[in-house]
Design a binder for this molecule. Sequence first.
Ligand code: ADP
Length: 183
Amino acid sequence: MVTRFASTRIVLKQGDITREKVDAIVNAANSHMRGGGGVDGAIHRAGGPAILEDCKRVVPDGTSLAPGKVVMTTAGQLPARVVIHTVGPVWAGGSQGEDETLALCYINCLHLAASAGLKTLAFPAISTGVYGYPFDLACSLALHVIREFCRVHPAVIEEVRLIYFNQADHQAAKTHLSALNSE
Ligand code: ADP
């Protein structure tokens, strides 16, 4: 499914984010930034050891990346040019500021990409795996935040791809986007 938020092309697709040929793919990392499961593990496996080496440089041993924050590393052998790592919130019922933190993940990724001159960006569904954020809430929030960024900063990012690993999530996301477009 393809639409536009202001002048930015929005593409929803099912797939493996490691295969996306874009300026930056986003990683749903964890605070210690030394790899993990889910999309994080897939990115490190497909990109090779250069990503971990760079993670150690940007988040040295003994430090951590707080939820909502972002850092950029090499993409190693991936088709993308760089990886933007962000740490999503762990779902704890919804009253612990999870929505604000998840919104920050998307906003900070978009701002970092914009300031680095990156024009095409692919996101996974941050926090909706091991971190337990209910998919529909996370998906709707992500779409709203991205739309607002594109409205306020037109012509900065050319394309945002939202990559869903499984078909059910992709279908649900298309429903959310249709609802948003008819608001
Ligand atoms: P988190 O810890 O932020 O919840 P996960 O990696 O567990 O991160 O899951 C985030 C989302 O990424 C989930 O929707 C999961 O299905 C999806 N995912 C897992 N592997 C991939 C992949 N290779 N490409 C795109 N999305 C993926």
